[in-house]
Design a protein around this ligand. Structure first.
Ligand code: ACO
Length: 384
């Protein structure tokens, strides 16, 4: 991957190095890196100094929602549900849904174009797309999105971590920038989630929506507003059945026909997911706070994965961060999986909830199971 500008590569800085705690001494920096690379199973010569504190910095933000809005009342005309049940159990009032023939790549390209315009860039060194609903099982959708954005030739790949996908993609992109392999990267979270929902399933059918959000990361200094700090990520594959689409992959294809038509659609054991989501997001967010050296009361905005208002409330309680500091966007868009965090950021930016210098804590939980969190001091940017 060829950087688009000629900034020199940091000497001896290793690929997965991410921002160290603010004010960390050289000894502490070294021990953290030693622990990190010990955990990864290999070691390299480390030459870390303040001059090497290169970071990935958020410099652009974009969002796009398909125009068709579906209300709870409209859902209640075809599913055995009600506006009252959906509002009280989830907090969701409306969601946006793709029109026939509109794939995820379309949404992703719209949001990506806006993020690039917001950043004032016409080119990037790579595109990372987080999605659960690629246009096709093969190939990845990112190259198609890159092509639509005039980025043909640039590396482009998908990341699949369901609702945690955006934080996984952010972490990978930040690592590429910190390593010196790239100067600018477009990171998109996009979903046409309604396309994998069983039209007869009232439980999942009321929860999800479609949309896309994106950020541009640029190379910068770890002390700048917008610098991506430690991204705490985790997974537990023993829980891969609680959020799943059973059919369509090698497991089912090697075994034969799907057992039932429902196997081709998304299924979630919501009650089981709930406590895992709260616990894992809180743990990851606590670790991210520790790396940022922020106390919970110093967090201005908590942007949790927008799955359910009750989960967000439980997260704020566990984190001792007042509910008033929660960014809530799910009432308008539902659960948009990998697009949830960047869409919530763009929404909060447009309402003024995010402001330059705000201390923002991001946390997500999704299928896999996967989870993640990071802390960002908000930069002075405009969302498009
Ligand atoms: N309308 C009316 N009734 C419904 C509906 C509906 N849309 N959906 C379910 N019900 C019924 C159930 O059938 C059940 O009826 P019963 O008592 O007669 O059996 C009753 O309502 C209660 O169902 P629960 O599943 O217990 O409802 P709950 O309060 O747990 O809410 C929900 C369900 C919203 C799914 C909740 O469990 C939840 O939000 N879970 C977490 C989801 C999450 O965090 N996901 C994050 C990751 S998502 C991802 O990665 C893609």
């Amino acid at each position: 991957m060829k950087p688009s500008t000629s900034r020199p590569r940091p000497s001896g800085l290793v690929c997965a190095y991410r921002k160290l705690p603010r004010g960390a001494g050289r000894e502490e920096q070294s021990s953290i890196l030693v622990a990190l690379f010990g955990k990864l199973g290999y070691m390299r010569t480390l030459e870390v100094s303040a001059a090497d504190a290169r970071s990935a910095v958020v410099c652009g933000l974009g969002a796009w929602l398909p125009p068709r809005i579906v209300t709870n009342d409209e859902l209640a005309t075809r599913l055995d549900t009600s506006d009252e049940w959906i509002r009280t159990r989830t907090g969701i009032q409306t969601r946006h849904i793709v029109s026939p023939g509109m794939p995820t790549s379309y949404l992703a390209a719209e949001a990506g174009a806006r993020a690039m315009e917001s950043a004032g860039v016409k080119d990037v060194d790579a595109l990372v797309l987080a999605t659960t609903t690629p246009d096709r099982p093969c190939p990845a959708s990112a190259p198609r999105v890159a092509h639509r954005l005039g980025l043909t030739g640039r590396p482009a790949f998908d990341v699949s971590a369901v609702c945690t996908g955006f934080l996984y993609a952010l972490s990978v992109a930040a690592g590429l920038i910190v390593s010196g392999a790239a100067e600018h990267i477009l990171v998109i979270g996009a979903e046409a989630f309604s396309t994998i929902i069983d039209p007869h399933d009232r439980t999942s059918g009321v929860l999800f929506g479609d949309g896309a959000g994106a950020v541009v990361l640029r190379a910068g200094d770890h002390q700048e507003p917008g610098a991506i700090g430690w991204v705490e990520l985790g997974s537990d594959g023993s829980l891969d059945d609680i959020i799943t689409v059973r059919a369509g992959g090698s497991e089912q294809r090697s075994a034969g026909a799907p057992q039932s038509p429902a196997d081709s659609y998304f299924s979630m054991r919501g009650q089981e997911v709930f406590p895992h989501a709260v616990r894992r997001m809180a743990e990851a967010a606590t670790t991210a706070l520790a790396h940022a050296r922020w106390r919970p009361d110093e967090v201005d905005r908590l942007v949790g994965h927008q799955a359910n208002l009750r989960i967000l409330h439980a997260l704020s309680e566990r984190m001792h961060i007042p509910r008033e500091r929660l960014v809530v966007h799910l009432d308008r868009v539902g659960n948009t999986a990998a697009a949830s965090i960047p869409l919530a950021l763009a929404h909060a930016q447009s309402t003024g909830e995010l402001f330059p210098g705000a201390r923002v804590l991001l946390a997500a939980f999704g299928g896999g199971a996967t989870w993640g969190a990071t802390a960002v001091t908000w930069p002075d940017i405009k969302a498009l």
